[in-house]
Design a protein around this ligand. Structure first.
Ligand SMILES: *Cc1c(COP(=O)(O)O)cnc(C)c1O
Ligand SMILES: [Zn+2]
Length: 500
């Protein structure tokens, strides 16, 4: 819709004007640093940072219905920078001018109600938010859109040159980082560090295709992360891992969209979130808290974090009795089909602790839970969803398995509706499906293929007729003989009856 066709009282608000207020808040020493530089850790004490709006009173000055109406109308505005996550500009990164915003089609991913059979099996209404339907096929694009837009703003306003963006990745961060850096052309070069053999082929092809320098290192993600942290502390690079608080800001958009997609009524909803480095969990909790703070929603939903038993430090922490005796301990990961979340020492863990405290306090009761699932359940649930007409990734399977576990534990009641975050596109993880069907996931993953879920292609190769060969033209007679014989074999295999 054209600007002059919107209700008059909204026209002045549809195009946001940049405002200050955002500051880096250190979780360790409490200092606040201005957003005039890209920090990943507190320059005073090395603590982890979160970006907070110190002029939030201007947002509070408006009632919740003002924001709901503005965000709903903005969805009809066809202006590129506001078409994605920056539709929520005021709540997200209000200091970034529209001219610096990069939009590659991220955000506003569909929420799909599970077909009846699956909902019946789960015993309650179930929705999938398909975050694999982002440009690089994972939710990481949300964070990269924010981080690279901020970087572009810095480059322009500070006349920076020769910026090298760098990240460690379980596969999807590097795909997103490479893509969004490529969109900035010569302004930013990107380099990505991958644990060798620990990302899938499509994930490896993504940063290569986008022209990033790709480096494969021995070890797992946690090892690559340490190298990239060392690099960012000792060399001039722009770190794009979720240690970078701009990533977290961008990923808050998941919460804003979800609220909008449920008409701002999140009561009685349980959100299932797979957790690796815990940047996404931090962002979703933070986004939901903002919505509540500015009265865009009345009630916070339940949030259930999900981890595989092969990579479960967050579960282990919250599984201890609450109180000062709780200890955080990194774990050594074992192979996981939810490979994008296969992280033993999540960088954002201190953020999670802070957010969970704030979340439960704002809700006035315990509304955050963590469950642990087995690798077997992850694969079984992914395929089960697929058999109901939904495509979810292995991390989505982890979320769905987590729902089953949360129901079993009584954490999600029969009257509650569930939303599973399918964080990536299923096709990125097709090789795990193949290995499951070939029953090649027993070693390391402890997964045995369920015969009723296995599906393999069958060869049709009729005997006694000339077969087509690539590049060679068959005679009409040979072709007719082959077609009839192949069709007969197929009819036999499918148990077809001859026409009357
Ligand atoms: C990165 C990633 C995760 C884990 O998110 P964190 O923010 O690291 O906890 C889960 N699923 C997919 C597909 C991912 O790419
Ligand atoms: Zn500090």
């Amino acid at each position: 819709m054209k600007l002059d066709q919107f209700p008059e009282d909204l026209r002045d608000h549809l195009l946001p004007s940049p405002t200050g207020g955002l500051g880096y808040h250190c979780l360790k020493c409490g200092l606040v640093h201005p957003p005039t530089e890209l920090y990943y850790t507190c320059p005073a004490c090395g603590g982890l940072l979160l970006l907070e709006d110190d002029q939030a009173d201007r947002l509070k000055a408006r009632p919740g219905h003002f924001w709901r109406r503005l965000f709903d109308y903005r969805r009809m505005l066809n202006i590129q920078p506001l078409s994605g996550i920056f539709a929520y500009h005021e709540f997200l990164a209000p200091l970034i001018p529209l001219e610096d915003i990069i939009y590659l089609g991220e955000g506003h991913t569909p929420v799909v109600a599970a077909p009846a059979a699956l909902a019946r099996e789960v015993g309650r209404p179930l929705f999938i938010k398909h975050d694999g339907q982002n440009p690089s096929a994972s939710f990481k694009d949300r964070g990269m859109a924010a981080a690279l837009s901020y970087l572009r703003y810095l480059i322009r306003s500070r006349h920076l040159t020769g910026v090298l963006a760098i990240c460690a990745s379980t596969g999807d961060t590097s795909a997103a980082a490479a893509l969004y850096s490529a969109a900035l052309g010569d302004q930013v070069k990107s380099a990505v560090l991958l644990p060798k053999g620990k990302v899938t082929l499509p994930q490896l092809s993504q940063p290569l295709g986008a022209g990033a320098r790709v480096f494969e290192l021995p070890g797992v993600f946690d090892d690559c992360m340490k190298v990239v942290e060392y690099l960012s502390e000792n060399f001039q690079v722009a770190l794009l891992n979720s240690k970078n608080p701009w990533r977290v800001l961008g990923q808050e958009s998941y919460a804003f969209e979800l609220a909008q997609q449920f008409d701002y009524d999140l009561a009685g909803l349980a959100l299932l979130v797979p957790v690796g480095n815990a940047g996404n969990l931090t962002a979703i909790l933070s986004g939901l808290l903002k919505l509540r703070r500015y009265e865009v929603i009345d009630q916070l939903p339940k949030v259930v974090a999900v981890q595989s038993s092969h990579a479960d430090p967050v579960f282990r922490y919250y599984n201890q009795p609450a109180g000062p005796g709780r200890r955080y301990q990194p774990v050594t990961v074992r192979p996981s089909v939810a490979q994008a979340a296969m992280i033993g020492d999540p960088v954002s863990f201190p953020r999670v602790v802070k957010m969970v405290e704030a979340y439960n306090a704002a809700a006035g009761r315990e509304l955050f839970f963590v469950v642990q699932v087995e690798e077997q359940a992850i694969m079984d649930n992914m395929i089960r969803a697929n058999r109901s007409g939904l495509t979810i990734c292995t991390q989505g399977g982890e979320g769905l398995a987590g729902l089953g576990e949360a129901i079993r534990l009584g954490l999600v009641g029969p009257e509650e509706r569930a939303v599973v975050d399918s964080t990536a596109h299923a096709l990125k993880f097709a090789e795990f499906q193949n290995r499951y069907f070939e029953n090649q996931l027993q070693e390391g993953f402890d997964i045995t293929a369920r015969p009723e879920l296995v599906n393999r292609p069958a060869d049709i190769r009729p005997l006694g007729v000339p077969l087509p060969e690539p590049g060679r033209t068959q005679s009409p007679e040979d072709r007719a003989a082959y077609v009839a014989a192949a069709a007969d074999d197929l009819a036999l295999a499918l148990g077809l009856r001859k026409r009357g």
